[in-house]
Design a protein. Structure first.
Length: 368
């Protein structure tokens, strides 16, 4: 009898402890499958405009297609180059300049949906190209036309001033808000000065002590510092040619920038390379070798390491038609270099899904 009582007491204690463990587990935040991706899986993603991300129909189509391919990530505009925000921000300056367009009605619900499907979410923020903020002339980049009166200062209608700490903080306030909404990563685009087509005619109105390279590098370091406390990775987009030559006059030094971020994404779209680059007659018509050579340069700049390297690949057509063959060739070239992470860019978020779909899966709508 005494032995039975001891057994019953032991079972009660075990049940109590099990209940306590279950209660503690349930009180924790839900398991974030995208965090598992962040730690263990290569990132293979596509870019989504704010309007596409805000369309239930398009998102449902995307989920079906992504869940049947090797893709596992989305890069979502939270701000576009016009300065329009994809959801209603509470950042003061965003409200002051009427930047809230509300393309995405419920950003938290959208992120939860992607998270439930194990999809890694990256918030894209174009930084220094921002038409809406540039309308406020105190934030606009100033320049002058050398053919006119040198002292007649002009304000850019597209570009804001990279030397302005207020511009920095505005974009970082948006980034922190995005982290708090639930994004897994922040990606900064347009972290550069404009590339004046005619450098002999236009120049910056001021020549501060810090060079273009200095100021862009300082911004990225400052961004990393502010976001560090949230444990959120940051990535940046850079011109493809910065992997091979100098900063092109836009302030992007590949070596310096790569040391200050978790991931760096050269935009190595073959259509953007001129004839003769890398010894290729037509880089646009030779996507395999264009990616192979550009990424080999990038890998060399990173001392042979590829863990930070996540290129933007091309899924759109300019002069040469891009389809399944061209998409696969770019990915094969990236794989050849040792890269297992990449992103696909289409400005309208319409992708060549046939390049990824299982041959047994049939879709009727063509490109989504």
């Amino acid at each position: 009898m005494k032995q039975k009582i001891i057994i019953i007491i032991a079972l009660l204690i075990f049940s109590f402890n099990l209940g306590a463990i279950a209660s503690e587990f349930n009180n924790n935040q839900p398991l974030n499958t995208s965090n598992i991706l962040k730690k263990k899986a290569p990132i293979k993603g596509v870019y989504l405009t704010g309007w596409v991300a805000g369309s239930n129909k398009r998102v449902n189509e995307l989920l079906t297609l992504i869940n049947n391919t090797e893709l596992n990530a989305v890069v979502i505009d939270i701000k576009d180059v016009n300065g329009n925000l994809s959801y209603n921000s509470k950042v003061d300056l965003a409200k002051q300049i009427d930047a809230n367009i509300s393309k995405i009605k419920n950003i938290e619900e959208l992120l939860e949906t992607f998270n439930d499907n194990g999809i890694y979410t990256i918030a894209r923020i174009p930084v220094f190209k921002d038409r809406r903020l540039a309308k406020e002339k105190k934030y606009a980049l100033k320049f002058y036309d050398k053919n006119e009166d040198r002292y007649k200062i002009l304000s850019s209608i597209k570009w804001v001033n990279p030397y302005s700490k207020k511009v920095w903080d505005y974009n970082l306030d948006l980034a922190i808000e995005a982290v708090n909404k639930g994004f897994d990563e922040i990606q900064f685009d347009y972290i550069r000065f404009p590339s004046f087509v005619n450098l002999s005619r236009y120049d910056l109105a001021v020549a501060p002590a810090n060079s273009k390279i200095d100021i862009i590098t300082q911004f990225v370091g400052y961004a990393k510092e502010r976001l560090n406390q949230y444990g959120t990775p940051i990535s940046i987009d850079v011109f493809g040619l910065t992997t091979s030559i100098n900063d092109l006059g836009i302030g992007q030094n590949f070596d310096l920038l790569s040391k200050r971020v978790d991931y760096i994404s050269p935009m190595v779209y073959p259509s953007h390379y001129g004839a003769g680059v890398y010894g290729l007659r037509s880089p646009e018509e030779d996507p395999y070798n264009t990616i192979l050579k550009s990424m080999q340069h990038a890998k060399n700049r990173l001392n042979g390491k590829t863990d930070k390297l996540r290129p933007w690949l091309q899924d759109f057509s300019l002069r040469h038609r891009y389809g399944v063959k061209e998409i696969k060739e770019q990915i094969q070239a990236a794989n050849k270099i040792g890269l297992d992470s990449w992103l696909l860019w289409n400005p309208r978020s319409r992708y060549t899904w046939q390049a990824f779909l299982d041959n047994n899966m049939i879709i009727n709508e063509g490109n989504s």
